[in-house]
Design a protein around this ligand. Structure first.
Ligand code: SAH
Ligand code: SF4
Length: 352
């Protein structure tokens, strides 16, 4: 679906038609223009021909039924993935992709293995959310949160990602609160600084994974261009300017980045950020998310495996002792490779 095309088709119609059409897409969550009963029949047929609403996707459910993954076929045949995670408290989080493949090439990430194919358009991003919103709507539910943690590096597709965020957040779009939308980045410093200046600004999560350049560059090849010192400066600027909480993501890899010494290093790294003036007392302006590694056969050939639970507990205890807030999130759908960043299984790479 292409909103510009929609505007073009409706340009000779009365102004309210565009409003009605957008209402049908984003509020009534229709999948076919025939369902847009506020529009004249001839126009519905024309729109079905020239601006179809169909989203080509195959949906898979995890055994726990809490998460579902969809493989979406784009107009040019590329495949991307999106995940829906349903929480016990009724929230529903959608994890979206921002690129086909990824140019960063992290050794532990399946998407990184694919290489980079192209950026997604803003509507290709929005459609991933629409797909789940349509499905949830049938049960009277809605999408409550969005995380840019699927395939691709969102800050390397900055304009389209921000355009998508605006549509998702807008009252005439999906009306999802901006504090319920999060972007995860591997640390593209120019993007972090740009984001700090936005008026409509989603939450920021930083994939840290290592607290010394040598190890980080090994895991994240593109990090060569973004040293931890540069990253620290960019984040410091972001925190001071926005006074918003930042999440540090740390993938727990057995005997690789999970030692007690590394926990201490991580505590020192995050504690170096200064509390922004005016930030509410008693509330942490950053926190650490320890991510359980979801292993695949290919990545095991790099010698990666998931940290043992006892090790994660010890790591967590060291951080907590240093006064750092720690969470462990997103452990959904291991059987469908539904954990965020775990998208793009072998089936996908074969079809690219
Ligand atoms: N490119 C962005 C967003 C997509 S990846 C980024 O890297 O932040 C989202 C998260 O999934 C990242 O923190 C990434 O490190 C993590 N991830 C990648 N591969 C994973 C795996 N095999 N198991 C668990 N998490 C993984
Ligand atoms: Fe790209 Fe993120 Fe995967 Fe790294 S972890 S290759 S940045 S999608």
């Amino acid at each position: 679906m292409d909103l510009e095309k929609l505007e073009e088709i409706l340009k000779d119609e009365p102004k309210f038609r565009l409003q009605q059409a957008k209402q049908a897409i984003f509020k009534n969550l229709i999948g076919n223009w025939q369902e847009a009963i506020s529009l004249p029949q001839a126009l519905r047929e024309k729109l079905n021909q020239e601006c179809p609403l169909e989203i080509k996707a195959e949906v898979l459910s995890a055994q726990d039924r809490q998460s579902q993954k969809a493989v979406v076929t784009l107009a040019d045949g590329f495949l991307i993935e999106t995940v829906l995670m349903r929480h016990k408290d009724g929230r529903a989080t959608v994890c979206v992709s921002s690129q086909v493949g990824c140019p960063v090439g992290c050794l532990f990430c399946l998407t990184g293995k694919l290489g980079f194919k192209r950026n997604l358009t803003s509507m290709e991003i929005v459609e991933q959310v629409l797909l789940w919103a349509r499905m949830l709507n049938k049960d009277g539910d809605r999408v409550s949160n969005i995380v840019f943690m699927g395939m691709g590096e969102p800050l390397l597709n900055y304009e389209n990602v921000m355009e998508a965020v605006k549509i998702l957040n807008s009252k005439s779009g999906l009306n999802i609160g901006i504090r319920h939308i999060s972007i995860s980045t591997v640390g593209i410093t120019e993007g972090i600084k740009k984001l700090a200046a936005e008026t409509i600004r989603p939450n920021l999560a930083l994939s840290l994974h290592a607290t010394n350049d040598q190890l980080r560059n090994k895991m994240i090849p593109l990090a060569e261009n973004y040293s931890l010192a540069d990253l620290t400066r960019a984040l410091d600027y972001y925190i001071k300017k926005t006074k918003q909480r930042v999440m540090f993501e740390y993938l727990m890899l057995k005997d690789y980045n999970d030692s007690e010494g590394q926990a201490g290093e991580l505590a020192r790294f995050v504690a170096q950020f200064q509390r922004p003036s005016g930030f509410p007392k008693g509330r942490n302006f950053y926190f650490v998310n320890l991510i359980a590694y979801n292993p695949t056969a290919e990545q095991q050939s790099y010698g990666f495996s998931a940290s043992l639970p006892e090790r994660i507990q010890k790591f967590k205890a060291i951080l907590k002792e240093a006064g750092i807030e720690v969470v462990q999130r997103y452990k959904f759908g291991r059987d469908i490779k539904g954990a965020c960043g775990q998208l793009a299984g072998k089936n996908i790479s074969n079809k690219l």
